[in-house]
Design a protein around this ligand. Sequence first.
Ligand SMILES: [Zn+2]
Length: 94
Amino acid sequence: MSALRVVCNQVSNPRATVMTGSMIEICEKCGQSVWLSPATAITVQEAMALNPDWSRREIICVPCASEVTEKILLMAPSPGQVAEIKAEVARRNA
Ligand SMILES: [Zn+2]
C-alpha cells in the first residue's frame, strides 16, 4: 500500500496562488501550513476511490516535494482542477 502524495503551496509563500475556498492542511514532513484547493481535495478523493493501491493521502509542501528522491509519477490536472484555475484567473482579471 502506498500514499497518494498531494503537493501543496505553503501558506507562508506570498507568491502562491490561493484558490477560492482553499483549506489549510499541514505538510506531513515539515509541519508547515499549506493550501489545499477544493478541486484538488475532490480529485484526491476520486483518485483514491479508483485506485486501491493508495491507502491514504500524504499532504506535502512544495519544498518537501522537491527533496523526494524516489521515482514519482505525476498526475495530470483533473478537469475540476483546470476549471478551478480558469475560474481563479477570470476572477483576478475581472
Ligand atoms: Zn513540508
